[in-house]
Design a protein around this ligand. Sequence first.
Ligand code: HAX
Length: 441
Amino acid sequence: MGILKDRFKAKSDAMAAEIKEMIKENGNKKIGEVTLSQIYQGMRGMTGLVTETSLLDAKEGIRFRGYSIPDLQKKLPKALKGDEPLPEGLFYLMLIGELPSEEDVHHITSLLQRRSHVPNHVFAAIEALPLSTHPMTQFVVAIMALQTESQFAKKYAEGMNKKDYWEAVFDDAMDLIARLPRVAAYIYRRKYKFGDHIHPNGLLDWAGNFAHMLGYEDETFKELMRLYMTIHADHEGGNVSAHATHLVGSALADPYLCFAAGMNGLAGPLHGLANQEVIKWILEMRNELKTELPSKEQIAEYVQRTLQAGKVVPGYGHAVLRKTDPRFSAQMEFGKKHMPDDPIVQTVWNVYDTVPPILQSLGKIKNPWPNVDAHSGALLVHYGLVEYEFYTVLFGVSRALGVMASLCWDRALGFPLERPKSVTTELVKAWLQGKDEIWGD
Ligand code: HAX
């Protein structure tokens, strides 16, 4: 079957048996309570999903299979002369649950290279859209056009045995991850570089080749892409893109359909689109104040104006985290190492000094600290990637690693259709009056 698939099969079979036993023994044990405010307010803090690939702690931030971002930077294989982890290694870690060797990572790089062919009709579908179409819309259209290639959809139509679902999902997941950089680079070069496309370089790693196809040959930009693709890959299961991918997958929609659903969620400004909103907000502030490097006083005043206009300060706050996002910190370290004097990066740091106390003073915000999106755009602008409407596509390419690894696990563990119960406010009111029996079954 192939080394990676064999290993995944062995791991997931063992895990499936363990879970079956665990449910048999403990299936009726309560894992938490659900409050009325939780069902009205976005199910915050409600445990309702199992996701193996990563886990978020409110104070500590993300851990991938137990490893923090600094751990990944130390322990995952790197490109030749590089310092940042290769995202292929993170994918291996999320899929198999163990750190990969250099050889494992090279194996994934070459697997992805071999599977990266994008059929012409996908480019034709992109070309059919007006140039003005938002890059995320182009991205989703391209993913949907790629769905013609789904092994899962084909085999399901032929009557595949449910024991084989995981394998077809695995194949689609690998193909999709392999193809996304080419699709994303095509969208970028079409919209912003007069359609002057760049051929893939088969000698490069997945993220390095993506940087190359985007048209950025600077070695440190390639390093940034490796870091970027690693830190954006996964954020446990409840965030909108991961949850949407998982939910749609539970109906046995194929991985292309699932990923397109996840990307539609990522395109929302409270989720992934926040990365474009941050840089737009900073550029508008600089324009309005007519300075490249606004002072902290000027930033504070601009923040107040944003809030008074009934808008959020993009890049700040989080539904789970209660401290500075370690993904923000990793990017800040990158900035300090490679571009400490760049005014846009310094502005991000000045905003970091200014915003949290202001948000805190409002008294309603649970987390006044920056998230991943507060920093990413400034690093890209430094290298000349200024077309901020494209930023969420970069996020999306990375997010495929996590949500596709999870989808493989979902099918290997035989997770069923996801279908929580909903109620009406009328029913809630009756329940508050003690008419318990009307909850029904
Ligand atoms: N600026 C202004 N107000 C904010 C705020 C911010 N950055 N963050 C939260 N608030 C407000 C909320 O809008 C809410 O106000 P109302 O009660 O008037 O509706 C109140 O503070 C309480 O919100 P919360 O409980 O602290 O936050 P939520 O869990 O509801 O929402 C969000 C979390 C990330 C959506 C929120 O903090 C936000 O809108 N942030 C700005 C957008 C952003 O950066 N999104 C990216 C998040 C990370 C991510 O997914 N990246 O892809």
